[in-house]
Design a protein around this ligand. Structure first.
Ligand code: NAD
Length: 348
C-alpha cells in the first residue's frame, strides 16, 4: 500500500479496466459518445496547441509522441506503428496516454490507449464520414481486416447507419476473424475475393491496411464517382494506400495539414495541393460534400486532439464508474522543497 497522499496518487486505467468500461457501457454507446466528444473539440479547434506528432522512425516502424492542450488540460499519447509485428505475435499499434492539469502541471490520468486508439480512430472516421458520405449510405467496403477493423465497422453502423460491410484482406484468416467477431451485431457481412470485389456497390470505402511502403490498395479505376473514401492506413512517411491519380479526382479532407502533408496520402502531392481541414466543415466554415458525384477523401493519419478528446472521455467516465486504480507516480514530500529529506527518511 502506498504512503503517498491522495493528491499525489494518479488514477490509472489498465487494459482490464478499459475493457470493463467498454463492456459495461456497450461499444456502440462508447463509440457514439467518443464521436460527440471529438466533434465538440473539433468545433473549438483554434483553441488548441497544435504541433505535428514527433516521430522516431526506423526501418521497421515508428514510435510517436502526440501532445496537445486546450489551456485547461494537457494530454499526450505514446503510440507505435510496426506493420511486421503481427508475424511475431505482437500488435502493429500499441499506445498509452496521459492527461494533466495545466494549472498545476500534475498528471490526473494515465491510461492504456491501445484499445482507446482503435475506438477513437473508428469514432473519428465515422463522425467525419457523417459530414462527407453520400446521403443514405448503407454499404461500406472494409479493406484490411486487422486490429482496427471491427471497431470501424461498428462505428459506421452506430454513427452513419451502415448496414452491410464488404470485407477483404490479403490474409483470409483476418477476414474470417472479423466475420466471427461481428456475428449478431446487425451487420450483413459479405466476404470478398479481392479489393475490386469489395468496393463494388459500396458508397464508403475504408482502407485500413498496414505495410511500411507506398502500396496501391485502390487504383483509380476502382473508385467510382460519388463515393467517400476513409483512408486510415497510410499514416507515416513512405506509407500510403491510394494510387496518386485518385487524389486528383477527390476533394481531400484532413486533420492537421502540416502533419498530413508528411504522413498522409497527400505526401504524394505538391505541398500546395488544396485540402480542407475537417474541423472547418464541422464548424460550418467550409463546405463538406457539395454534390452527389463528388469523390470525398478523408486522408486520416490520426491527430493529437482526437486522443485528447478520448482521454477526457475516459477521465470522466472511468473515474465516475470506478474503473481505475491508483498509481504512486508523483513524489510527494511533506515540505514541497524537501524532496531530499523525504528520500532520507524513507525506510525500504
Ligand atoms: P493490423 O496489422 O492489425 O492489420 C492490417 C491488416 O491489413 C492485416 O490483416 C493485413 O493482412 C492487411 N493487409 C496488408 N496489406 C494488404 C493489402 N494489400 N490488401 C488488403 N489487406 C492488406 O493493423 P491495424 O492495427 O488494423 O492498423 C491498420 C493500419 O491503420 C496501420 O497502418 C495503422 O498504422 C493505421 N492506423 C491509423 C490510424 C489513424 O488514426 N489514421 C489509427 C490507428 C491505426
Amino acid at each position: 500500500m502506498s504512503v503517498a497522499s491522495e493528491k499525489a496518487l494518479v488514477p490509472f486505467v489498465s487494459v482490464d479496466n478499459m475493457m470493463r468500461l467498454v463492456r459495461s457501457f456497450g461499444i456502440e454507446r462508447v463509440l457514439t459518445d467518443l464521436a460527440s466528444e471529438i466533434e465538440a473539440d473539433f468545433k473549438r479547434w483554434p483553441l488548441f496547441d497544435k504541433i505535428s506528432r514527433v516521430g522516431s522512425h526506423s526501418d521497421v516502424g515508428v514510435i510517436e509522441l502526440m501532445p496537445t492542450s486546450d489551456g485547461e488540460m494537457y494530454g499526450f499519447k505514446y503510440v507505435n506503428g510496426h506493420p511486421k509485428n503481427t508475424i511475431n505475435g505482437l500488435q502493429t499499434v500499441t499506445a498509452f496516454g496521459l492527461l494533466a492539469d495545466v494549472e498545476s502541471g500534475y498528471p490526473i490520468l494515465l491510461t492504456e490507449m491501445t484499445l482507446l486508439t482503435a475506438l477513437r480512430t473508428a469514432a473519428t472516421s465515422a463522425i467525419v464520414a457523417k459530414y462527407l458520405m453520400p446521403k443514405n449510405s448503407t454499404i461500406m467496403a472494409m479493406i484490411g481486416n486487422g486490429a482496427q477493423s471491427e471497431f470501424q465497422c461498428i462505428a459506421f453502423k452506430a454513427i452513419c447507419g451502415i448496414t452491410s460491410i464488404r470485407l477483404y484482406d490479403t490474409d483470409f484468416s483476418a477476414t474470417k476473424k472479423v466475420t466471427q467477431n461481428l456475428q449478431g451485431r446487425g451487420l450483413d457481412l459479405v466476404v470478398c475475393n479481392s479489393a475490386e470485389d469489395a468496393v463494388s456497390g459500396a458508397q464508403i470505402i475504408t482502407t485500413c491496411t498496414a505495410d511500411k511502403k507506398c502500396a496501391t490498395i485502390l487504383t483509380d479505376n476502382m473508385v467510382g464517382s460519388g463515393v467517400h473514401i476513409n483512408a486510415i492506413g497510410g499514416d507515416c512517411p513512405g506509407k500510403t494506400e491510394l494510387h496518386r491519380d485518385i487524389l486528383f479526382r477527390s476533394e481531400i479532407f484532413v486533420e492537421h495539414p502540416a502533419q498530413t502533408r508528411i504522413e498522409g496520402e497527400i505526401q504524394q502531392l505538391d505541398a500546395d495541393h488544396p485540402v480542407t481541414e475537417v474541423w472547418e466543415v464541422m464548424a460550418g466554415n467550409k463546405r463538406g460534400r457539395s454534390n452527389a458525384s463528388q469523390i470525398t477523401l478523408f486522408d486520416s493519419v490520426g491527430f493529437a486532439i482526437e486522443d485528447f478528446s478520448a482521454l477526457k472521455y475516459i477521465f470522466k467516465n472511468a473515474l465516475s464508474a470506478k474503473f481505475y486504480d491508483y498509481l504512486d507516480l508523483i513524489a510527494d514530500p511533506n515540505d514541497p522543497r524537501d524532496l531530499f529529506g523525504m528520500l532520507e527518511r524513507f525506510k525500504a
